[in-house]
Design a binder for this molecule. Structure first.
Ligand SMILES: NC(=O)c1ccc[n+]([C@@H]2O[C@H](COP(=O)([O-])OP(=O)(O)OC[C@H]3O[C@@H](n4cnc5c(N)ncnc54)[C@H](O)[C@@H]3O)[C@@H](O)[C@H]2O)c1
Ligand SMILES: [Zn+2]
Ligand SMILES: [Zn+2]
Length: 336
């Protein structure tokens, strides 16, 4: 069968690989759509320290069941999405029931081969079915990352939530907080991203290039600041802004991976008595909540997916994306 193989940084090829063997706990799937995100771009560019080569990427998946002999509850032809993480089961995080933060987590397409191929074998326990299209099913995983942060921030309908960064990940935060009934303020440097955030449920948008974020947040919250601030960019400036802008007794959730050291004025941690939380990957509950939101047609699927590409075009689109990342939001590969 055909697969997209990253042979080395900057080199992706379409290649013949062996079909998977199906384990006792697994179901065989025909891959239909695969979404790409920033971590795939990093893998392609050789900037993902967790990836070794050769590697088949792909962790945002929709697929149909081909063979479920051992798991009859997954009828042949059923459309599914996949939880792409595998936890060790015995580290401190796993023992606490938080496998998303597993010390030795393995993600499809990162530490093991992923879904950019014709067939994959996946544990039955990692499958989700839903009343959704293949395109919608393929958006579930990227949205769960933002939904998990909303859960970490204990967002309720009484909260005003500010989200720094309305890219692929931040958009999930916006949609997740809005789905819980919170008032959401999106912050980005790109008006197109803010427009999509509005469609995903943001009541307000602030372009931090053209307006003063602090002033606008004060105006929008009667001088209190947002109850919850989520950082979904990974820059030192926005890491700091999160604790500076959040309300007293507020909650700060960090999803962005900062690529350099961040220096802080720590006084606000104590003075405001903040909850400062990290958020990584997602758990089954997040998958169920995203599916509910998508089934309720509360997400602008068409606006969020900017490029739909044929399987054989994957190497070319990775190259174009790597050269001009700003031209792309969500690329989805039509595998079959
Ligand atoms: N914690 C996790 O589990 C997890 C998972 C995936 C990604 N991430 C991280 O989340 C972050 C966001 O990922 P993404 O895929 O959404 O990236 P992205 O590039 O799609 O989105 C970033 C957004 O931030 C905006 N932006 C850039 N600089 C800004 C600034 N100074 N002020 C305001 N907005 C600005 C961009 O216009 C863009 O819309 C990254 O750091 C990524 O590594 C974390
Ligand atoms: Zn992803
Ligand atoms: Zn573990």
């Amino acid at each position: 069968m055909k697969a997209i193989v990253l042979e080395a940084p900057g080199r992706a090829v379409v290649k013949e690989v062996a079909e998977p063997r199906v384990g006792k706990d697994e179901v065989l799937l025909q891959v239909r759509r695969v979404g790409l995100c920033g971590s795939d771009l990093n893998s392609y560019r050789g900037r993902n320290p967790l990836v070794s080569y050769p590697r088949i990427p792909g962790h945002e998946i929709s697929a149909t069941v081909v063979d479920s002999e051992m798991h009859r509850e997954w009828e042949v032809g059923t459309a599914v999405t996949v939880l792409p993480y595998a936890a060790c089961g015995h580290c401190a995080a796993c023992k606490r029931g938080r496998p998303n933060a597993c010390r030795d987590n393995q993600t499809l397409g990162v530490q093991r081969d992923g879904a950019l191929t014709e067939l994959i074998a996946v544990p039955a326990t990692k499958l989700y079915r839903a009343n959704l299209t293949l395109k919608e099913l393929c958006l579930v995983e990227p949205l769960t990352v933002g939904f998990h942060a909303v859960g970490r921030g204990r967002v309720t309908a009484d909260d005003t939530v500010a989200v720094f960064g309305c890219g692929g990940v931040g958009l999930g935060v916006v949609a997740g907080a809005a789905f819980r009934g919170a008032r959401v303020i999106g912050i980005d440097v790109d008006d197109a991203k803010l427009e999509t955030a509005r469609k995903a449920g943001a009541a307000e948008g602030i372009n931090s290039k053209t307006s003063d974020v602090h002033e606008r947040l004060m105006e929008l919250t009667d001088g209190r600041g947002p109850d919850v601030v989520v950082e979904a960019i990974g820059l030192p400036a926005t890491y700091r802004a999160a604790v500076e802008e959040v309300a007293y007794a507020g909650r700060v959730v960090y999803i962005g991976w900062a690529k350099e050291e961040v220096a802080y004025e720590t006084r606000p941690f104590v003075h405001k008595e903040l909850d400062i939380l990290g958020s990584r990957n997602a758990v089954p509950e997040d998958f169920r909540e995203v599916i509910q939101m998508l089934e309720a047609k509360r997400f602008p699927v068409e606006a969020a997916v900017t490029h739909m590409v044929a399987f054989d075009e994957t190497p070319a689109i990775l190259d174009a994306w790597s050269r001009e990342p700003a031209q792309f939001t969500k690329i989805m590969i039509e595998v079959s």
